[in-house]
Design a protein around this ligand. Sequence first.
Ligand code: PAF
Length: 285
Amino acid sequence: MKTLKIARTTDELRLHADAWRALKHTIALVPTMGALHEGHLSLVETARRHADVVIVSVFVNPTQFAAGEDYDTYPRDLDGDAEKLRAAGVDLMYAPSVEEMYPQGFATTVHVEGPAKAGLEDAFRPTHFDGVATVVAKLLIQSGCHVAVFGEKDYQQLLVIKQLVRDLDLPVKIVPAPTMREADGLAMSSRNAYLSRADRERAAVLYRALTEAAAAIRNGASLSEACRKGRDMIENAGLIVDYFEARNAETLAPVEDATQEPLRLLVAARLGQVRLIDNIAVHET
Ligand code: PAF
């Protein structure tokens, strides 16, 4: 098995990344918040197809959580994560401390608009994407990666990061990776671990509602009717829906009718304290 290098500081990360670049190796970064599952490991697989060397960052980023969210209780298992990354043949795990990423006196925030202000996640987590953009900008710059892989599961985040990279001329290619799902369709997420057994079963309604709404749209239903039925289906299963919307897949702008392709359906719903998000393309590309 390949040795997994572990860097806890930016200096250590740079030492390795500089050496790889000197050897003309290309580097892919997979940013994560740890508590790794098969979804993350599929991002690693995608990364491996795009570069010679794979770095996975594991950092629960405090600036993307608002007060009252689950920063303190977010699952953390660095030893378990290292084991999984070693088995997956990852070259380096970068696991900085909060003090390393945000030292005393840190005073910069990357403020994002565009897809970050689409009225979806941002309507419920207004400071979230500035926190994501700030940490991702740091990770991309620190690692000097050529490619970075992000899951489509966090679809709005993916578009925010593409915009960030474009606007700041960061020399990195953003590669999207498809959502990994459990057998009943539930999108894999570290937060699924919070669900009770009964709620875990109910959570599968999100994907069922998305796929039924997408099929209805393909069969000629209006967007408003398809989304209303999707929302009803989820609420009838006992969840509280934050949004269930059809949007332009490239900009997340609202769309009037199904002729305005490419379309993406996006949903967020709450089961007790647990907030779940998911999305699918209406027309597979
Ligand atoms: O998607 C995540 O896990 C996080 O938002 C990310 C991209 C690692 C930034 O903290």
